[in-house]
Design a protein around this ligand. Structure first.
Ligand code: OGA
Ligand code: FE2
Length: 425
């Protein structure tokens, strides 16, 4: 009964919502504003006259690597925009922010407070280790997987090899010593574990310990940083409002699109900080039925991140490391699935493989980089499929602090293109 009622209510809401939508399709031939195809709109957004001055999503042509343009984005100020890559189009704008703007953004983030995920490995493990006696059922339970050089013993460096081969986990010798002490692995007392000693080695606990390190220790996490979000809408201060105008000029996107972008995400990295290679946006093809988050924030997390472009600002000069890596830009061929399958190492790990990639951008205070996470759909001019070459991340930071900010420009495919973003407030 309850299920039935839910069904009725959901169906009713869906039907009502559809009734409220106006399809411009039928007027397509008379109404030029709809010539790019479907342009569904909410009735309360007015008649079928979408923003005529908003024909397609603009996308800069990279021309070629090193190509430099001069842009006048504010009265009396000239900016250089230099092409760093073509696939995806990726540009650098030195001194896009002034030193005082950078400081101002850092101060704002400090004032509202930054948040990271604070996890405590040792406490967790203490509570669980008594339950983890005996051998692991998986690869860790098999002597041969540890004894890499086949000499009948397991040494500390073979523990490092095991973690790398089977878990893409890169331990340093101190971390192995830590594990031996914490798990009380007396089998290592004379430096090596024989096959006979292996029978008492608690590989289930070791396996779990390695998994925990991977998940929780700063150096091994997918991402280790703290973040704060700064609203850039009507309530924002003059510095942020002015920045938003500059971004609209830089991207040549309509004010409506820029206003619908996400709040500015300020990120702070400290020693061991990093962000492994990732995409800022999500695939469209297999998720086209899922609505973009920015169109209805109440759906979170059951929605799709739709970030057409990223503008990343470097807010300080960094001492050592902390570059932004784009491992596959401009590669002649790249397909994520085959890439992952063919990998013997975890190339997504930017603590380890920062410099193996095709492009590495060094942080510099005030510099902005702009790239497109999606193609523009040829037919409709709105957001197309995600560009797999836009894979990127933040390399390991070895000392000092690194501050960046992400300005994410949201958009949607043609079907949703004219809906108002929930960020537009
Ligand atoms: C991000 C990101 C790169 C960097 O925050 O999404 O990709 O250099 N950062 O910090
Ligand atoms: Fe990113």
């Amino acid at each position: 009964m309850h299920m039935f009622l839910t069904y009725v209510v959901v169906t009713f809401v869906v039907t009502l919502r559809q009734a409220m939508l106006v399809s411009c399709d039928s007027q397509k031939r008379q109404d030029k504003s709809c010539e790019n195809g479907v342009c569904f709109r909410e009735e309360d957004q007015g008649p079928c006259k979408p923003d005529d001055d908003e024909p397609r999503l603009f996308r800069w042509d990279p021309i070629k690597i090193g190509h430099t343009r001069e842009l006048k984005l504010e009265t009396g100020r000239k900016f250089k925009m230099i092409t760093l890559a073509s696939k995806p189009p990726l540009f650098e704008i030195p001194d896009f922010l002034s030193g005082s703007e950078c400081k101002h953004i850092i101060n704002l983030a400090n004032t509202i407070g930054l948040r990271g995920s604070d996890l405590h490995l040792d406490n967790d493990l203490d509570q669980r280790k008594d339950f983890l006696r005996g051998h692991a059922s998986g690869r860790a339970g098999d002597f041969a997987n540890w004894d890499k050089n086949r000499d009948g013993t397991i040494r500390r460096d073979e523990v490092i090899d095991f973690a790398e081969s089977y878990k893409f986990l890169y331990l340093d010798p101190m971390e192995v010593d830590d594990m031996i002490i914490k798990l009380n692995l007396t089998e290592f007392d004379d430096d090596y574990v024989t096959l006979q000693e292996f029978s008492t080695l608690p590989t289930a606990a070791m396996d779990e310990y390695l998994n925990d390190i991977k998940e929780k220790h700063p150096a091994h996490r997918e991402r280790f940083s703290q973040q704060a979000w700064l609203l850039q809408g009507k309530t924002a201060d003059d510095v942020l409002k002015r920045l938003r105008k500059r971004v609209a000029k830089l991207t040549r996107l309509s004010d409506r699109i820029v206003r619908g972008g996400e709040p500015l995400q300020v990120v702070k990295y400290e020693a061991n900080g990093h962000y492994n290679a990732h995409y800022d946006s999500q695939y469209q093809a297999n998720m086209s039925h899922v609505k973009c988050c920015h169109l209805d924030l109440s759906l979170l997390p059951n929605c799709r991140v739709c970030r057409y472009a990223t503008i990343l600002y470097y807010l300080n000069d960094v001492e050592d490391g902390g570059e932004t890596a784009f491992p596959v830009v401009d590669k002649p061929k790249f397909d994520k699935k085959t890439y992952i399958e063919s990998m013997s190492e975890d190339k997504f790990n930017l603590m380890q493989y920062c410099y193996d990639g095709n492009l590495v951008v060094a942080p510099k205070r005030g510099k902005a980089i702009l790239w497109y996470n999606h193609f523009v759909d040829e037919e409709t001019g709105w957001m197309g499929e995600m560009d797999e070459y836009a894979l990127h991340g933040g390399c390991g930071l070895w000392s000092g602090v690194k501050w960046i900010a992400n300005n994410w420009i949201t958009s949607a495919d043609a079907r949703w293109a004219h809906y108002k973003s929930d960020h537009d407030v």
